[in-house]
Design a protein around this ligand. Sequence first.
Ligand code: CU
Length: 179
Amino acid sequence: MTYRLRTATLAFALSAASALTFAAGSHGGGDDETAAIGQPGKAANVGRTINIDMTDNMRFSSADIAVKQGETIRFLVKNSGQIKHEMVLGTPKELKEHYAMMMKMPEMEHADANMITVAPGKTGEVVWQFTKAGKVDFACLQPGHYDAGMKGMVTVAGAVGTATTKADTPAGHSASHKH
Ligand SMILES: [Cu+2]
């Protein structure tokens, strides 16, 4: 049931409701998929910049990225190709659902903290904090690209000695995202 709901409300859920879902996720309960991959990072907390190149060969370079739990990364995402590409962070399920929507509505414009769409020759950025140890997938969801293998993986190494790393304060988020 939540599967279908999530498809219909993906864009909304990732933006408007993010403050709430992230706050809930930080308590360790629930099955929120977005919290599972981390949360939007704050520019002030960026510890490292990672360059990613996207090409018309339908590849990211690199497609294999290692970070530490709690790290906030600035991804500088360059489109070296002649066609539009994008980098979208998500769970495999989220990416597949979102990709299905893109196949139906190729002109759909989407912009959220966990993704960046980049025009040919341009560079964009995603600032993301990886709050949970494990794997975080990313992909280009432009029609045909995901099927062609335009995907990658961020491996988040667990912080030593602590089960969880404190995320950015939810209070700050709800204040700034209030509608
Ligand atoms: Cu692409």
